[in-house]
Design a protein around this ligand. Structure first.
Ligand code: MIC
Ligand code: SF4
Length: 756
């Protein structure tokens, strides 16, 4: 059965007319990304061409997905919006809160016991408001979406930055903060700055040890963590068509790591095969009727330079396996060069743990390719030097893999641990023994992110991202710099042997199977369902609206922290142990900016309270300013807020009295999250002004009354010696976003409009 097939057919019915209107408005052949964007305009048929990177446009996404760690806040906000039911098909997925420790069954039970209150809350809110709920153990949101909901040419948003994974089935799927999801679920338009377009032409064909993961590891090396900001990446060419849909998903998934708004691929046979194998032949039939519209125009792919803002070409025949890291996903090293580079940088090369999983690489194909390496090693009598840990992407993948003997194969390798179908170590839900000793070490994994502390909480763990087949090879060799193309291993007989190249199955030859997929359909009529949040709960807290702007300039503000260098959402609102407070704003605010590096001392979680000169943890100092009614600001470097979609990174500072975040540049989702929560997210007009800001400065906004689109704001910086600097701040607020600021938050505005 296909979920929401009628909605999908309707989308396709509109396609020919809407694409024709877009073609006329734009006046030239269209990329796939443009077709999807223009067929999802809130206004209906396009009547004008939008400026890439400049126009704010209202869209009407087809669906919404949320995961447990962000859904709590999204749904707490939705409950305030005063609606009976969600306006578009929506789902929530319990995947982030389950820890990997012993193995699947025990960990899942423990996860349920520990998070019962939150799961019950999610299950009842979903039931009440018409939202599908995927229970703990059902799988990772993005794999479940790919298997059940994604469809070529569709548009969705999701409260998780890796929502972009659905580009593997030709969607425009975009990660957003919960407040954006609330707009769409409440039946309102969703606004996005019309993206720029990057074209990636793939020639040749993957071979040997090279996997789809290497395409995105290579692209990340070229574009860096900022290079995709504000852009949709569209892949095309024979190389694209020769890859599986889940392989395409891997590539789109990690587009989040280059800051891309999303990534996508044109509709092709790999998608037909995947849709059919996952029980959605009806989607294939419907898509085939409009197939010409579900890919870019031939002229575009023939002369990409004329249609994309930037074009990259990668020859898959020549692409080699890569390892990206440590600490940042764009530091790309070809496996063949790792020996030299690891030595030069003093990266530990002994590996104790190698992990396969996450929404990036946990498909059936991924498991078969990794299993082929494991089977080869077992057959050749090579004992593994590291522990291999595996989190399957979904119950459907796990069940099928088990039926097809893949789990047996993995289990034949000494020490292998199969964890729950969940995020697990990818988001710090990993009780890694000994991590508390904080020893310098390296791990490899097939995930997407490798920021400091992310997997095991140890700041000295050097994490490298690579393909599942390379993870398996490195688990067996125990060496980060092992190159399976050239290096040998010693087996039990003392012979020098080589690992065979990976082989795999794109799809299970006997079809996918599952006994209980873990889905809970919502009640037809949810009006009688009562959602309870205990007033003394430590995990959940009903939200109180943020205070509206008082119409005055912000005066006498103090600096909470000036962050140095990389300040991702993991630095602003850490995950791991803090995931337990994702539904309780006051409690989770105790992690606010604790990972950010203080620019004056290079210490983390230690800032000076200018009211009494004491040095304390960031959240404590923020609370002290708040209690004294002193507004605060945060200053940051480039790409501030990179990484996750978690709006906690905006709500916590807001809750603790921070009024403005002033940085050299922002990551897209975080900038929007700040705006939505009624904060000032501003950038230095002159980046060098970052250096002017001193720890004991006082800040006065002098022209907030004139806050208007396209107009700079002035900030008076009063230094302790009485001297002043006036600095110019840029912003990207449009008129509506300024209204959010004035109302105190976007949600306040919706509620006001509902009550009007
Ligand atoms: C992540 O990969 O960082 C997460 C956890 O999936 C986040 C969402 C979150 O913080 O809950 C994301 O990428 O958006
Ligand atoms: Fe989960 Fe990791 Fe994927 Fe985020 S990146 S959704 S934590 S598996």
């Amino acid at each position: 059965m296909t979920f929401d097939i009628d909605m999908i057919r309707e989308v396709y019915n509109r396609y020919p007319e809407r694409v024709a209107a877009a073609r006329e408005a734009v006046g030239k052949p269209l990329t796939l990304a443009e077709k999807i964007l223009y067929t999802h305009l809130w206004e209906g048929n396009a009547s004008e061409a939008f400026g890439r990177g400049t126009s704010y446009v209202d869209f009407a996404p087809d669906r919404v997905a949320m995961q447990d760690a962000t859904a709590q806040m999204a749904l707490l906000q939705f409950m305030q919006a005063g609606k009976d039911k969600v306006a578009v098909p929506s789902t929530a997925h319990a995947d982030h809160l389950i820890q990997a420790r012993i193995g699947a069954d025990k960990d899942l039970q423990e996860g349920i016991n520990k998070n019962n209150e939150v799961f019950n809350f999610l299950s009842s809110v979903c039931n009440k408001y018409g939202i599908g709920f995927w229970k703990p153990g059902a799988g990772i949101i993005h794999q479940v979406v790919l298997e059940n909901y994604a469809f070529p040419g569709g548009m969705m948003i999701g409260t998780d930055s890796h929502t972009v994974n659905a580009g593997g089935l030709g969607m425009v799927a975009i990660g957003v903060g919960g407040a954006d999801a609330v707009d769409v679920m409440a039946g309102m338009p969703w606004e996005l700055k019309f993206p720029k377009l990057i074209g990636v032409k793939l020639t040749g064909r993957l071979n040997g040890w090279t996997a789809p993961k290497d395409v995105i590891l290579k692209v990340a090396g070229i574009l860096t963590v900022k290079g995709g900001t504000g852009a949709i990446v569209e892949y095309f060419g024979e190389g694209a068509e020769s890859m599986s849909a889940t392989g395409k998903g891997t590539i789109c998934n990690m587009g989040a790591e280059i800051g891309a708004t999303t990534s996508t691929f044109g509709y092709d046979d790999s998608m037909r095969r995947y849709l059919a194998a996952t029980g959605r032949k009806d989607v294939v039939d419907a898509a085939d009727k409009v197939a010409e519209h579900l890919t870019g125009d031939a002229e575009v792919y023939a002369n990409p330079e004329q249609y994309f803002d930037q074009v990259i070409e990668i020859n898959l025949d020549e692409l080699t396996p890569h390892l990206n890291g440590p600490f940042t996903p764009d530091l790309a090293t070809p496996v063949a060069e790792m020996k030299k580079k690891a030595a030069a940088n003093d990266w530990p090369t002994d590996i104790e743990w190698a992990l396969i999983g996450s929404c990036t690489n946990s498909s059936y194909e991924d498991l078969t390719r990794a299993a082929s390496i494991v089977a080869d090693a077992v057959e050749k009598g090579i004992a593994p030097k590291a522990i291999l840990g595996i989190n399957p992407g979904s119950e459907q993948v796990r069940y099928t893999a088990e039926r097809d003997g893949l789990m047996d194969t993995f289990n034949k390798l000494e020490g292998t641990r199969i964890f729950t179908n969940a995020c697990g170590p990818c988001i710090g839900q990993w009780a890694r023994e000994g991590a508390e000793k904080q020893e310098k070490n390296s791990i490899v994994h097939s995930f997407n992110r490798n920021f400091a502390k992310r997997a095991d909480g140890n700041p000295n763990t050097h994490a490298f991202v690579t393909s599942p087949e390379m993870v398996a090879a490195i688990a067996i060799s125990g060496k980060l710099d092992f190159n399976p193309v050239t290096d040998t291993l010693t087996n039990a007989n003392g012979d020098e042997v080589m690992l065979a190249e990976p082989t795999g199955h794109e799809l299970p030859s006997a079809g996918f199977a599952v006994e209980d997929n873990g889905y809970q359909a919502p009640a037809e009529d949810g009006s009688g369902i009562n959602v309870v949040v205990a007033s003394d709960s430590q995990r959940l807290q009903l939200l109180a609206p943020f205070t509206p702007w008082d119409g005055k300039n912000i005066d006498g503000a103090k600096l909470l922290i000036k962050a140095l260098g990389k300040c991702t959402t993991d630095h602003i609102s850490m995950a791991g142990p803090w995931l337990r407070y994702r539904g309780h704003l006051d409690n989770i605010s105790n992690n606010c900016l604790i990972g950010a590096v203080n620019a004056y001392t290079e210490a983390t979680n230690a800032v000076t309270n200018q009211l009494d000169g004491s040095v304390d943890e960031v959240p404590n100092v923020a609370r002290a300013y708040k209690a004294a009614d002193v507004p605060t600001i945060v200053v940051g470097d480039h790409n501030y807020g990179e990484g996750s979609s978690r709006e906690h990174a905006a709500m916590e500072p807001r809750h603790l009295g921070v009024r403005a975040v002033i940085v050299k540049s922002f990551a897209r989702i975080h900038e929007t999250n700040l705006k939505k929560q009624g904060m000032l997210g501003l950038t230095f007009d002159n980046e060098a002004d970052y250096d002017l800001i001193l720890a004991d400065d006082t800040f006065n906004f002098t022209d907030l009354a004139d806050f208007a689109p396209g107009k700079q704001l002035n900030l008076e910086v009063v230094h302790a010696d009485g001297s002043t600097d006036n600095i110019k701040l840029n912003h990207t607020y449009n008129a509506q976003q300024i209204d959010w600021f004035k109302a105190g938050s976007a949600l306040n505005l919706i509620t006001m409009q509902n009550n009007a």
